[in-house]
Design a protein around this ligand. Structure first.
Ligand code: FCB
Length: 462
């Protein structure tokens, strides 16, 4: 039925109707949408916001498709009130956003009132409209002044992060339902320091492992601070997880798939949940052991209230003939505008796998899941049936994992609206709301309309 080409956004389901026994129909299950500061806010020079590594990186020719930057993005910094109303109109239970560190704190660690007020007002309005607020402290926009001091290669950045977490949780206490320290440390460390696809664009695996250690240390230092300053809120972290499947039954390919998941998932989850860095990582990356000081892993392994999981696709791999793996992309499968394979089974497999591997696995929120398609407004409508089909199938996978015993509390669609998709700029559209970047007009896609309807009906019944 499907071929390798990205699917037409029109091909797929035309409904959003989880089965009668779906976890989604439970009153206490949270259905929300997610965004991140650099991807939507714009206003990068306003009200004392300082430069971030993504301003610097996207200004370098060739780093971002079409030379796009976050300078204007969805202009959410100015349109936030209307955007909250838009969210409320979708009837969602919650909203995941992130704070731009360079907006709220200066080089000396002093608060920037105007930047902080922006988030106070935003959170107040969200809560006034009955939404739960999930706040990520670090969704990749590191202040450039910290990068100039070595960024995440400098151990001191972990302590600066803890100071920032302290300031935010004192200022915003009582307005946040759940704090997330970091978004996807794998991307910050690997894409930022090993393959250079993301800011700061460095390419050395030893940097990546050291950056990962400092990111996780920053997380661990922040956890007790967040708990102390904002005791009523939950504290967690967000990991992007990858499903690696083997191209054949051969032991070498099976090992390749194992290593793929080790470097995607265990690299982050083992320090957090087992206080260990997996040794086998360094068979893949000889000599890349990070410098870890005594006590660091105890800090990193502080208990969590929840774990945020971001899931998008699987990677089929085979042995590279030595100690590693290479991708073996399957043919004839459904893909999205990103070229990512649609593979809902991977979500189920990973969740059940984590449940078995980690006896202390905290409750799970799916903090991102969704897809990009080449959506257009035609006669005032955006028909994104492939997205509906994608969401329906991933939610069915979530139901299957819940039935198998995984404690799943919520699901956030990435994303509320089309936005700056990092190295892919504005070309890839992940929103359930379409954004016209010339006019900043928001148009609900069919997926958004049907989800809003589903939630209205669900809320009537409960
Ligand atoms: C994740 C990021 C998010 C978004 C999605 C598509 O890796 O956390 O900001 O770009 O991918």
């Amino acid at each position: 039925m499907f071929n390798d080409a990205p699917q037409s956004p029109n091909a797929g389901d035309q409904t959003f109707s989880p089965p009668a026994d779906s976890i989604l129909r439970r009153k206490d299950f949270l259905l929300g949408t997610a965004t991140a500061s650099y991807q939507i806010e714009g206003a990068i020079h306003e009200d004392g916001r300082l430069a971030s590594i993504w301003d610097t990186f996207s200004a370098i020719p060739g780093k971002v498709l079409n030379g796009d930057t976050g300078e204007v993005a969805c202009d959410h910094y100015h349109l936030w009130e209307a955007d909250v109303d838009l969210l409320a109109g979708l009837n969602v239970d919650g909203y995941r956003l992130s704070i731009a560190w360079p907006r709220v704190m200066d080089e000396k660690g002093q608060p920037n009132r105007k930047g902080i007020d922006f988030y106070k007002n935003l959170l107040d309005r969200l809560r006034a409209k009955g939404m739960k607020t999930f706040v990520t402290l670090y969704h990749w926009d590191l202040p450039q002044y910290l990068e100039d001091r070595g960024g995440w290669l400098n151990r001191d950045t972990a302590f600066r992060f803890a100071e920032y977490a302290d300031l935010m949780s004192r200022e915003l206490a009582g307005k946040v339902d759940a704090w997330m320290t970091l978004n996807e440390p794998w991307c910050s460390a690997y894409l930022g320091y090993a393959n250079g696809h993301h800011a700061p664009g460095l390419t050395n695996i030893r940097y990546a492992t050291q950056a990962m250690h400092h990111l996780l240390l920053g997380h661990g230092l922040a956890v007790p601070i967040l708990r102390k300053n904002d005791p009523a809120s939950q504290v967690g972290i967000v990991a992007n997880v990858g499903r690696g499947t083997a191209d054949s039954d051969s032991p070498a390919d099976q090992r390749a798939a194992y290593l793929f998941e080790l470097q995607h998932n265990n690299w982050i989850l083992d320090p957090l949940l087992k206080k260990q860095i997996p040794k086998e990582l360094f068979e893949l990356w000889p000599g890349a052991e990070p410098l870890v000081l005594e006590g660091d892993l105890d800090i990193i392994g502080a208990p969590l209230d929840f774990l945020g999981i971001n899931y998008y696709f699987r990677t089929n791999v085979k042995s590279d003939g030595a100690h590693g793996f290479v991708e073996a992309p399957p043919e004839g499968v459904e893909r999205t505008q990103m070229g990512w394979e649609v593979y809902p089974q991977g979500l189920q497999d990973l969740l059940i796998g984590f449940h078995k591997t980690y006896p202390n696995l905290p409750p799970i929120y799916i903090t991102e899941n969704g897809m990009a398609s080449d959506d257009e407004v035609i006669d005032g409508e955006v028909v994104d049936n492939q997205r509906l089909s994608f969401l329906n199938r991933h939610l069915a996978a979530l139901d299957a994992a819940a039935k198998a015993g995984v404690d799943i509390r919520g699901y956030f669609i990435w994303s509320l609206m089309d936005n700056f998709e990092w190295a892919f700029g504005y070309e890839r559209r992940f929103g359930i709301v379409h954004v016209d970047y010339q006019t900043q007009k928001r148009t609900l896609k069919r997926s958004a309309q049907l989800i809003a309807q589903f939630l209205a009906d669900r809320n009537k019944q409960s």
